[in-house]
Design a protein around this ligand. Structure first.
Ligand code: SF4
Length: 345
C-alpha cells in the first residue's frame, strides 16, 4: 500500500523546512513553499515557478496541497457567501465569507459538528464527529481566498464547533494565520468565540496573544443559561465571569459578550437588568443578536420593538452595546444550517 500523501497546508515554516531537509533539499526551499502556499495561495505544485522541476515532481507525487475542497457555494444578495467544504474523510464543514465596506471577514469552523449541545444551534443538534486539524482550519481561509481572489482582513472562529475544545490545533492554526511567512493576518484581526470553556479561556489569556475573545452568554442567570447551554452545568456563570476578568487582566483586551435574543425567554426588561448587573465592572462590548431560528428548534425570533427596548435598557446603563446585523439569511448562513440542508437533500 502506498503511504498517505503528506498534506502541506497546516504545516508551520519549521515543519516545511524539516520536511525539505529530510528530502535532501536546502532549508530555504521550505520558506519558498510556505510563500506559495500561504502568500500566493496556489492550488497546484506546477505554479511554484522558483521550485526546480525535479522537486516539483516529487511534491506532486508525495504531497497534497489542500486538505479541503469546495462542494458548493451559496451567494447571498448582500454579498455573503457560504461554503460547504468536504475533507479527506468526506466530513462536511461550513465556512462563511462576509464582505463589508471597511473589511472582509471569514468565519471558520474548528470541529466537524460540536459536542456542546446548545439548544438554539443547528450544529449542536448533530453532536461532535471530530476535531479539525490545523490544516483543515487554515484551508478554509485559503479556499475562500481562491474563490474571491484575496485573503480576508479578519477571521472569526465562530463557525461549527467549540474552538477551545480543539485547543492545540487551534493555536497552531493561529500561528500560521498570523505569521509573516503564513497568511500574515494581524492578531487583533482574529476573534475566538467560545461557549464558555473556562479552563481554555484562562489558558488563552496566559498565551500573551491578545486575540479578541467573544463569549456566548445568552442568559444572565444560571437556571436559564443551563436550559439552553449544557456547558453551564460544568462552568457556572460566576466561574465564567471570573475567567473573563482574568482574560481582560492578562491581555488588556476588551471581551465581547454575545447575547442571542430569544422571544419570551431572555428578552424581558428583567433579563436586561440581570445582564447589566452581571456585566458591571467587566471591560466588555455586548453584541445583541436577534436569533436566527433553527428549524424545529424551541426558540423564536423576538419582536423588533422588544429588541429596541432591550438595547435601550443596556445603553442607558452605560454598557457598550450594538445589534449584530444578520447576514446571508437567504442562504442559511447561520452555523450548521447549510450542512443540515445539504445532507437532507
Ligand atoms: S453554539 Fe457553538 S458551542 Fe454551542 S453547539 Fe453550536 S457550535 Fe457548539
Amino acid at each position: 500500500m502506498l503511504p498517505a500523501p503528506i498534506i502541506l497546508v497546516g504545516k508551520t515554516l519549521g515543519e516545511l523546512e524539516n520536511l525539505l531537509l529530510t528530502w535532501g533539499e536546502p532549508r530555504y526551499r521550505g520558506e519558498q513553499i510556505a510563500h506559495w502556499l500561504y502568500g500566493q495561495i496556489v492550488d497546484d505544485v506546477g505554479s511554484m515557478s522558483n521550485i526546480p522541476g525535479i522537486l516539483r515532481t516529487r511534491l506532486a507525487e508525495e504531497t497534497v496541497l489542500h486538505p479541503a475542497r469546495v462542494e458548493t457555494v451559496r451567494h447571498s444578495v448582500d454579498g455573503t457567501r457560504k461554503y460547504l467544504l468536504s475533507l479527506g474523510d468526506e466530513a462536511l464543514i461550513e465556512t462563511v465569507y462576509i464582505p463589508e465596506i471597511s473589511r472582509t471577514t471569514v468565519c471558520i469552523s474548528t470541529q466537524v459538528g460540536c459536542g456542546m449541545g446548545c439548544t438554539f444551534c443547528a450544529t449542536g443538534l448533530g453532536g461532535l464527529t471530530r476535531n479539525l486539524t490545523s490544516g483543515e482550519i487554515v484551508d478554509q481561509i485559503l479556499q475562500v481566498a481562491l474563490d474571491v481572489g484575496a485573503l480576508p482582513s479578519n477571521v472569526v472562529f465562530m463557525g461549527m464547533g467549540e474552538p477551545l475544545a480543539n485547543y492545540e490545533q487551534l493555536l497552531k492554526a493561529i500561528a500560521i494565520i498570523n505569521a509573516p511567512w503564513g497568511l500574515d493576518i494581524g492578531i487583533r484581526h482574529l476573534t475566538i468565540s467560545t461557549c464558555g470553556v473556562v479552563p481554555g479561556i484562562r489558558r488563552l489569556g496566559k498565551e500573551g496573544l491578545g486575540l479578541t475573545l467573544a463569549v456566548s452568554l445568552h442568559a444572565a442567570d444560571d437556571e436559564k443559561r443551563s436550559q439552553i447551554m449544557p456547558i453551564n452545568n460544568i462552568y457556572s456563570i460566576g466561574e465564567l465571569m471570573g475567567s473573563l476578568q482574568g482574560y481582560v487582566k492578562d491581555t488588556s483586551r476588551r471581551v465581547t459578550i454575545e447575547y442571542a435574543l430569544m422571544a419570551d425567554f431572555n428578552d424581558s426588561m428583567a433579563d436586561a437588568r440581570n445582564l447589566v448587573g452581571l456585566l458591571e465592572g467587566l471591560l466588555c462590548h455586548v453584541n445583541l443578536i436577534p436569533i436566527n431560528p433553527v428549524q424545529g428548534g424551541p426558540h423564536t425570533k423576538p419582536r423588533d420593538s422588544q429588541v429596541e427596548k432591550f438595547l435601550g435598557a443596556l445603553k442607558r446603563s452605560g454598557l457598550a452595546v450594538s445589534i449584530r446585523k444578520e447576514r446571508g439569511q437567504d442562504i442559511a448562513a447561520a452555523c450548521g444550517q447549510l450542512r443540515g440542508q445539504w445532507e437532507a437533500e
